[in-house]
Write a protein that binds this ligand. Structure first.
Ligand code: BDR
Ligand code: CA
Length: 312
């Protein structure tokens, strides 16, 4: 039976590729809904972009919900410098014809988790954790019903990307991240330590383009667009494809290696706001609350991704 997931997202080219990977894998994954949050770009754009991606995959039937338009306690920080003005710069997709659902994303999360059998829904957050934390605050009973949260966020050895100390998704809404990391839900975390090992090199972009499909061309154009930022910043061969690692983990967990450790979120210090303080070396007696990944089989990951995108 397919694992039932809700993707919580702020597309973002890499979010878009993650959504495509999930929709290309119906035998293993049933996407129950997509909840959108403000992050890479404001909510109006992320909720339009998610629908564009569903339509690109031929899946206008997937319900898409708009959620929180700002972090719990702070002003929104966006990342147009990485993703472009629309969040999906690199290729122009048609405006979506499919509607947004009427319900707020937070109410959809609460209602779904209350309605479905406990332990049957996995959450896949790919952006700031505002929607998930708001749902946990509003309905504390639902946390115990979540099967698992597999999220992209944080960093330990790579430290930060939006500041020297913090990764973007956690930095944007550290209070929300703190709620999620303290929720008691089993967590699997894909930090920059993993995603910076999953670079879209020229041969990997060529493999997307070589699929000979519209989806392949679009993914090649997106990855080509946002690599300019990382290549200039890190001098790397290409851009990290962050968010699809979450979906790849659900499909092939053996591609990843990590440790079950304690991870705390810094919410107080202006200097290190949003830092994921990961006890990788076990130097505290704080209880483990997350499986924090450290390594990825990058060739295996791109082989899986390319093969699955080829099905769309
Ligand atoms: C994360 O931030 C966003 O820019 C990406 O979509 C990814 O979720 C990487 O730090
Ligand atoms: Ca994202």
């Amino acid at each position: 039976m397919a694992r039932r997931i809700i993707i919580d997202t702020d597309p973002g080219q890499d979010d878009a590729v993650a959504i495509l990977l999930a929709l290309a894998s119906p035998d293993e994954l049933e996407v129950v809904g997509i909840t959108c949050v403000a992050g890479n770009v404001p909510l109006a754009l992320t909720s339009a972009n998610a629908r564009k991606v569903c339509e690109l995959a031929g899946r206008a039937d997937v319900p898409v919900f708009a959620g929180c338009d700002a972090p719990l306690e702070r002003a929104l920080v966006t990342a147009e410098h990485v993703h472009g003005k629309t969040g999906l710069d690199g290729v122009e997709l048609p405006d979506p014809a499919m509607p947004l659902q009427d319900a707020h994303a937070v109410d959809f999360l609460i209602d779904t988790l209350r309605r479905e059998p406990a332990g049957s829904i996995t959450l896949c957050p790919l952006g700031p954790l505002t929607n998930i934390a708001t749902a946990f605050r509003k309905a504390p009973d639902i946390a115990g019903r979540v099967a698992e949260i597999v999220l992209m966020g944080g960093a330990y050895f790579e430290v930060g990307n939006i500041t020297p100390a913090a990764e973007f998704n956690i930095y944007v809404d550290p209070e929300a991240a703190d709620i999620v990391f303290k929720s008691g839900v089993p967590l699997v975390v894909m930090p920059l330590d993993v995603t910076h090992k999953a670079l879209v090199t020229a041969p990997r972009v060529a493999a997307f383009a070589g699929l000979g499909s519209h989806v392949g061309e679009v993914v090649a154009s997106w990855t080509h667009f946002f690599e300019r930022f990382d290549v200039a910043k890190y001098g790397s061969e290409g851009a990290p494809l962050h968010d699809p690692t979450v979906i790849a983990y659900l499909l092939q967990p053996g591609l990843f290696e990590g440790r079950h450790i304690n991870v705390e979120i810094e919410t107080q210090s202006p200097l290190t706001r949003g830092m994921t303080v990961a006890d990788w070396w076990g130097v505290t007696d704080r209880p483990a609350n997350a499986t924090f990944m450290g390594d990825i089989d990058a060739d295996g990951f791109f082989a899986l991704l390319t093969e699955r995108l080829g099905r769309l």
